[in-house]
Design a protein around this ligand. Structure first.
Ligand SMILES: [Zn+2]
Length: 504
């Protein structure tokens, strides 16, 4: 089966920040997990480079827009290895291949009769690159997002006949209750549709930095349609000579809640107009709110992702973001919150489980995992190891990143309790308990292997080190008890060293 996941493409005018990393890591976790299930995965991210704000910023600097985007796009691309992201392609909407494909698709929409010429007059926010309807206006004709005064614009545009898709979109939502998740976002999009769809501008005159309409070269495509089309155009040229569209389309989109309307309403309608399949679905995440009142031990008082990565590694940041804030909701992140999770969960729970499991196998069984049967005691119950792989796969099928991590973490805690209950160090003193000790040590190693395979998508570097130390070569998701044991282990330095207070 193919699995195609995308991030939003990031507007090149901004500096990369935690919000960009958050969307991208989410998509990366899904891509990595699906590869572990032998799915045929394609994972796309990139930059959105057209539109008025880029042209204006370039003008201020006295350079061409092309020069500005060539300067800024690499900042986003360079972020990816820093956060352990495994994208298959990086699209830039200024790629000539993208532009050519956008023109080809918009020509189809034109030929299918879904565009017409008209005059648009309305309140326009240059920062959103969007006209605001009367319902969306802030007090005194301001942008509700940017709080800046809107401009009254009147211009000749080509329009996209969005209203023609009223029934089809309502039907799509009725037939596919999981098209948009979480449920609250589905409801929001559906109520926007039910409020009655109006046609939207497809192009704007007077702009120069963008994709020109093939049948009217005075007009430049509205940046939103140009940007949305990246999800489709990338497949036409990312594969070198091979067109990947049939192999991977439709995609699952991971997006933030600020761009819901474009993705959940305009985008499927535009695809229908062009004769493409609509997306497989979309998951809308919330915001990470920066909280910083208390000064932390090592990280100051505002969570700086680059500092976290430098001091603790990207995996700790990846873990923290999805553990601390339920994916799909807004939630606060802070340096003290990070340190608390790092200490209590990564170092004391997982790190400790890893080090004592390896140490006991080394000491009591000469560094070789005994070949034994899995302990039914550890397999069973609500937090048992028996079906953790199926539970996590089921949740990640629905992009429930935090719930899946919760399921994994319950097993980490269960394994630690198991050590306390079985007391292998006492069993080791009694020769008659040799068989029982084999079973306990095998079950611990196997439990650690199975949970680490599930954690690997969240923490690829740490997970690899752990699995190598366990002598586990295969990276495919595995059921508890599926490895027979007998392999050699290696000792590891601490996976999560203790936090030292920063020098002041
Ligand atoms: Zn705005």
């Amino acid at each position: 089966m193919s699995y195609y996941v995308t991030t939003p493409i990031y507007y090149v005018n901004a500096e990369p920040h935690l919000g960009h990393a958050y969307s991208t890591i989410a998509a990366d976790i899904l891509a990595r997990h699906m590869r572990q299930r032998s799915e045929d995965v394609f994972f796309l991210t990139g930059t959105d480079e057209h539109g008025e704000p880029v042209a204006q910023a370039a003008q201020k600097l006295g350079i061409e827009p092309r020069e500005l985007v060539d300067r800024n796009a690499p900042k986003f691309e360079e972020l990816l290895p820093q956060i352990n992201v495994s994208n298959d392609f990086f699209i830039r909407t200024s790629d000539p291949e993208h532009e050519a494909k956008v023109q080809e698709i918009v020509q189809i929409v034109h030929d299918n009769g879904y565009v017409y010429e008209g005059v648009y007059e309305g309140w326009y926010c240059p920062r959103c690159a969007d006209f605001k309807s009367e319902l969306e206006l802030g007090p005194g004709q301001t942008c509700p997002i940017h709080k800046i005064p809107l401009e009254r614009e009147r211009e000749e545009n080509w329009f996209f006949r969005l209203s023609a898709f009223q029934d089809q979109l309502e039907r799509l939502y009725a037939e596919r209750p999981d098209f948009v998740r979480p449920q609250a976002r589905y409801n929001e999009a559906l109520s926007f549709i039910r409020g009655g769809l109006e046609d939207v501008s497809l192009s704007r005159p007077k702009l120069t930095w963008g994709v020109r309409l093939p049948w009217d070269r005075r007009q430049v495509m509205y940046v939103w349609f140009d940007a949305l089309l990246n999800y489709v155009t990338a497949l036409s040229y990312a594969g070198g000579g091979e067109d990947l569209t049939d192999r991977f389309w439709p995609a699952l989109h991971i997006i933030g809640k600020d761009i819901l309307k474009f993705h959940a309403v305009y985008w499927p309608a535009f695809l229908m107009a062009a004769g493409y399949e609509v997306p497989k679905g979309m998951f809308i995440h919330g915001y990470l709110l920066m909280e910083g009142h208390k000064m932390s031990k090592s990280l100051g008082n505002v969570l700086d992702p680059f500092e976290v990565i430098e001091r603790f590694g990207a995996d700790a940041l990846r873990y923290y973001c999805f553990r601390e804030v339920s994916f799909g909701q807004d939630g606060s992140v802070s340096p003290t919150g990070f340190e608390a999770r790092y200490d209590s969960e990564l170092a004391n729970e997982y790190g400790n489980l890893a080090s004592r499991t390896l140490a006991m196998i080394d000491r009591f069984r000469d560094g070789r995992v005994p070949a034994a049967e899995p302990d039914p005691e550890l397999a069973g119950g609500g937090d048992g190891l028996a079906r953790v792989d199926a539970a996590v796969c089921g949740l990640l099928d629905r992009a429930e990143l935090t719930q899946a991590l919760d399921e994994i973490w319950k097993r980490v805690r269960r394994l630690n309790r198991y050590v306390e209950e079985t007391r292998p160090w006492d069993l080791a003193k009694d020769d008659e308990e040799a068989g029982r000790l084999d079973q306990v040590l095998y079950s611990l190693a196997e439990g650690l292997r199975v949970t680490t395979l599930l954690l690997l998508a969240y923490m690829p570097e740490i997970g690899d080190r752990m699995l190598d130390a366990l002598g586990a070569e295969d990276r495919a998701i595995a059921a508890f008890g599926s490895h027979g044991g007998g392999q050699r282990i290696e000792k590891l330095p601490p996976l999560f060293p203790k936090i030292e207070a920063a020098a002041v």
